[in-house]
Structure formats: C-alpha cells, structure tokens
Write a protein that binds this ligand. Structure first.
Ligand code: PNW
Length: 622
C-alpha cells in the first residue's frame, strides 16, 4: 500500500470533487464521458451528515494485529523492479528482478492506471436516494412477514482479477489471465483486459465506505495469489500484505465481515511456466504455503474462508482448452488436464482445511465454492431422468461425492473415465471426506437435460462420441420451444432467469449432500447481466436495470420459500457482483454489477437492483 493520496482534479471525478464540507455534490455524467462533462446535484447537509470516516481526520481507533509466519522470505519490491533482500541462491527458483521482468515480458505491455496510490475516501451520501417511482417488488403473501435469523449471511461479491486492476503495481506478478487477455487474440471477446478495470486496488477505501453506507454486512473478496507471491512461491511481497492488511482493517472498522477466497482462477504465471499450474501435483504444496501465510495472518478477522472458486469452471472449462504455445505445456491437456486439475484441487483444498482445523486451530468456517446449474429433465421420460442424474454426477458429484459422500468420485465417472481419473489413497480419501463446513453453491441458472443422441450407454462406452464423457445434451430451451427464463446479455449467453429453479436446486442439494450431514447451504453467488446494458449512452438509463430487479426478486423469494416452506437449511445469499467488472472472456462490456461503473472516470453508481437486494433483507428483519 502506498501513502494515501488525496485526489485532485486529474482523476475520478467522484473522488476528486466531493469534500467533507456541509454540502457535497453527486455528479451524474453521461456514460463513459470525461469527468468534466457533468451536471451536479447538490445534496443537503442532512443528507451528507453521516460522514463515514476519513483518513484526513483520524486513523482507525484500534489497529488490528496480523501474525506472520517465520518460514518465508519477505521482501519489498521497489516500484516495478523488485530486488530480493536475500540471495536467490538459497531458493530453488530465481526470484530476481530480472525474472520478474521476464514474466511481464511474456505478458506484453500492460496499461498503467491513471493514479498509483490509495485514494482517500470521501463521505458517502446516506441514505442514497432510491430510483424515482421505484418498486422493490418485495415479498408478498405468506412469506412477507417472515424474519430471517440475525446470523443470516448476506452481501456482495468480487474477485481479485476482475476488480483490482493495478496489474503491475507494487510487485504483483502476472497470472495466467494477464497473459490470456493480452496475448491470445480473441480470448476476451471485446479485447479488454483486467489491467485497470475498477482499480479497486487503489479505490477500496471508497468502495468499503460505500458498502458501509448501504449497511451491507458481508463482502466476498479474493486475495490475489500472484500479488502475495509474485512467482506463486518463494519470496513474499510485503507491499501486497500491507495492502490486504489495510483492506481487512477497513472492513473490520466498517463493521463489514470479509468472506475471503484464496484462489479465483488467477494461477500465477510462473507456476504455469514451472509445472503447468493445477495439472501438476506440485501446486498442492505451493497453494498450501500461500494459504497458510494468508490464513495465519487474517484468521482473527475472517469468519468465512473459501479455498477455491468454482473448480468446475477453471478445471472443466479453462484448463482443458488453454491455447498452446504461450507457456510450456508438459503434455497434460484436454480431459486429462481437467481431471488432474480437479484432483489436485481436491487434495490442496483438503490439506488446507486439515491444517486450518488441526494446526492453526482456525475459528472460521471453510469451504470451496461450487459452480453448478439446476438440471431439469427435458421430458418426463426415464431416459431424461437418468441423463439428469448423470449430468449431476459430472457437474456436482465430481467434487462433492469425494467431499460429502464417499471420499471418492461417483461410480459413473470412474467407469467412464478410466485412467483419466486419478486415484485417492485411503488417507487422502479420509482427508477429503468432510472437508467442507458448509456447501457453497454459485447457482445462477437452470439447464434442460436429455441423453446424448446415441443414448447414455453407447456414448459412455465410446470415447469418440462427441458427447463423451458426460453423454448428455444440455440446453436452455424447453421441449415446447420456450427459453427456461428471460435471457441475460449475449455476453452471458449461458444465463437465463429461472427463479423457481433455485428453490428446486436448494432442495436437491440438501437432499443429496448436506441433509444427511446436518450441514447448511449458502447461495454464494447469483446474479444477472442486464441485456445490452453496455449499449446505453445515458447513465440513468443504464442504472434502471429492471430485469436484474426481477431476477433478484424472484431468486430471493424462492430462496426464502425453500428455507421457510421446504425446510432447506440455507444460511446465506451473496450477490454477484459488487459493481461491474471484468467478466472474463466477455471482458468489461458484459456488466454484472449492482453498481454501475464508468470505466473512464472509475465512478460507481448504485443500480435499481441494489435497492431490491437491500430492501429484501430489510423487509425480512436484517
Ligand atoms: C461465476 N456458467 O462464474 C464466477 O465466480 C464469477 O467470477 C463470474 O464473474 C460470475 O459467475 C458471472 O459469470 C460463472 O456457465 C461462470 O454456468 C459460468 C457459469 C456460472 C458461473
């Protein structure tokens, strides 16, 4: 973290123009216009009287204390030319300034942010005025007066590469996503990168102050592995630790509880070069060491830990299809990469949880986040029902049969995949089984399932069948020709709104995984990309996101129905995302935020859906 800088003139109109005087102004600009092209609306003193806190006047009252582990080499990288403080000869890899520069050379030129130090927060208006003529579509009927328990977890989510920006700042090493977005033509549809994105890395004090003004109790964030370990292992970057120390400090000061994810798809590039990332079992020790450092440091302040985000996506979609020629491939590709990645992920997760519980004596809850959709059969035929069961084995059972049921993969995976699927030793099985304190599901949508054209049995026996190995057909169009729900932005073509699906899905997960163990479920991500939101040229038009309002209304009410009427033990709901951000291969132009981001000025503006989200929890007692 740098010395805080009070912004003036040059950048980020919202941060520059507001003062702590009796009145402050909220600037409304045209979308992506320069900060000067703005009209101001002046708020009264009363509206701005709730000044959250300001670095100018006082540091937080109680400074938190952070524990360090002594078995690491700590170093402070100066500007963009890191110089290790001890001899590299003592470590197996070269962590020199030159090596760091070579990694970034592999990525190519990176955009520098408009400013390069942490921005002091300015007061947030409180309350923030809701949209004109707005109906939150709050719960009606039998459920309307139901009060959620006070410990219900609710909040908004982010992920490091998607929101931080500041890609090359303060000693960060590149991750695979820096390389993919820069070097691989077409990998990101709109050609954007995460170089700057929301610049949350320098704007987090304001972002946290904003969450406090909204009374949002939980913030789900990721720590960037390649900030803490620029090479994925070896030297620890002290500037990264100072940064995250302050993030945690400010969240605690604001009364916001952090949900911290250790890995959200951003494999350190050095580890792709060294051993091909998650396809190698070498990653287990490196990820464990990183987890130990971070969990030791922050456990006192973090009630919920997530080891990895959605292994179904990075192992199932990313690793098998990574382009070749950008780093050494080591011969592990395709489906073998998928299932080795999954296996190493499960072992790393289990070792971390075992260490967390038994060595650190951690007090928080720990799990990993699943990506899966609600699968429903295309027709009432028994073949379609069998296809749903098999599809669920491949999306959910792959990770959760080992963790929640048997300590091993589902029989359908074993019999189909043969030696593509690694084996667990008895000790590994025992460690994996029971390694989640609760079930975290990122449940966004519903898919319609039917068997492969050749039928499940024939397909499963024929590895050249195009549907092998899942041997199902997956669609979002029902047998009668209708979409399963209204569609999101074309940049999220996998996403349709199916509110009743989330109720079915929560019931399924409890019946299949958590119920027999007496554990709970958290809907750890759900959200919607408003169609064509990026096409609006007037900010107020973009902010009135009525389909996202409808999505959140429907999903939250169905989650409530699952809890109250069906008895599903669902204990939390976290919305994606805190604000618009870098949507992976769809880039910056597909927007999932509950706040709008102007990528020219970096200003954030609440959308209508944010009020729906907040009003729901208010109505239900939180
Ligand atoms: C999640 N699907 O990914 C991720 O955790 C976020 O990083 C991402 O921005 C968010 O959802 C929105 O996409 C998913 O195909 C990616 O079903 C794909 C799917 C689901 C979730």
């Amino acid at each position: 973290m740098s010395v805080p800088l009070l912004l003036c003139g040059l950048v980020g109109a919202a941060y520059a123009q507001t003062t702590a005087n009796a009145t402050s102004s909220v600037t409304s600009t045209s979308v992506d216009n320069a900060p000067t092209a703005s009209t101001s609306q002046t708020l009264s003193a009363a509206e701005t009287s709730s000044i959250l806190w300001s670095l100018q006047s006082s540091a937080p009252a109680d400074n938190l204390t952070f524990s360090s582990l002594s078995n690491f080499t700590y170093t402070s990288y100066t500007s963009q030319a890191p110089t290790p403080t001890t001899s590299v000869a003592t470590l197996p890899t070269d962590y020199s300034e030159q090596a760091w520069s070579m990694l970034w050379d592999q990525v190519g030129p990176v955009a520098t942010p408009p400013f390069n130090s942490t921005v002091i927060p300015t007061p947030e208006p409180s309350p923030v005025p809701p949209p004109y003529g707005f109906s939150s579509q709050v719960t009606t009927g039998n459920l309307s007066s139901y009060q959620l328990p006070s410990d219900f977890v609710w909040g908004v989510a982010s992920a490091a590469y998607q929101v931080e920006g500041a890609a090359m700042e303060e000693g960060r090493g590149p991750s695979i996503w820096d390389l993919l977005s820069h070097r691989v033509h077409g990998y990101v549809a709109d050609g954007t990168t995460g170089d700057i994105t929301d610049l949350h890395y320098y704007l987090y004090p304001q972002d946290i102050a904003r969450l406090k003004a909204f009374n949002i109790p939980y913030f789900s964030l990721t720590i960037s592995w390649s900030r803490v370990f620029p090479f994925g292992r070896g030297y620890v970057n002290e500037q990264a630790l100072a940064h995250y120390d302050d993030v945690i400090q400010r969240l605690v000061d604001a009364g916001i509880k952090p949900i911290v994810t250790l890995f959200h798809w951003d494999t350190p590039l050095a580890l792709m070069n060294d051993y091909n990332g998650w396809t190698s079992d070498q990653i287990i020790a490196d990820f464990l060491a990183y987890a130990q450092l971070v969990m030791t440091r922050y456990d006192k302040y973090v009630p919920i830990w997530v080891t990895v985000n959605e292994p179904q996506v990075y192992c199932g979609d990313e690793y098998p299809g990574f382009p070749s020629g950008y780093w050494p491939q080591y011969g592990v590709t395709g489906l073998r990469a998928q299932f080795y990645c999954g296996h190493n992920t499960l072992l790393a997760h289990a070792q971390i949880v075992d260490w967390y519980r038994n060595t650190l004596g951690g007090t928080g809850r720990v799990t990993f986040k699943n990506s899966a959709n609600n699968f429903i059969p295309n027709t009432t035929s028994s073949a379609d029902a069998a296809a749903v069961a098999r599809g669920n084995d491949f999306q959910l059972g792959w990770f959760n049969s080992p963790v929640w049921q048997t300590g091993d993969y589902p029989a359908s995976l074993r019999s189909t995949l043969g030696d593509l699927l690694p084996n667990f030793t008895a000790a590994e099985s025992a460690m994996v089984l029971g390694s989640c304190d609760f079930f975290a599901i990122d449940g966004y949508t519903t898919d319609i399932i039917a068997p492969a054209a050749s039928g499940i049995a024939d397909c499963a026996a024929n590895s050249s069948d195009p549907a092998w190995p899942t041997c199902i057909q997956q669609s979002q169009v029902t047998a009668s020709g209708w979409d399963v729900g209204f569609a999101a932005d074309p940049g999220a073509s996998w996403l349709k709104s199916d509110p009743t699906g989330v109720r079915q899905f929560l019931n399924y997960l409890q019946k299949t995984y958590t119920g027999p163990k007496g554990k709970d479920i958290v809907l750890s991500e759900f959200g919607f990309a408003e169609p064509f939101e990026n096409n609006f040229t007037a900010l107020p038009d973009a902010r009135y996101d009525q389909l996202r309002v409808d999505y959140f209304t429907g999903y939250l009410n169905n989650l409530l129905a699952a809890k109250v009427e069906d008895g599903v033990n669902v204990t939390g709901a976290v919305a994606w995302g805190v604000f618009d951000n870098f949507e992976w291969s769809s880039g910056l132009s597909t927007r999932f935020g509950l706040q709008y981001v102007n990528y020219t000025t970096l200003e954030r503006y609440p959308k209508a859906s944010l009020f729906t989200f907040m009003d729901f929890f208010k109505q239900h007692g939180l």
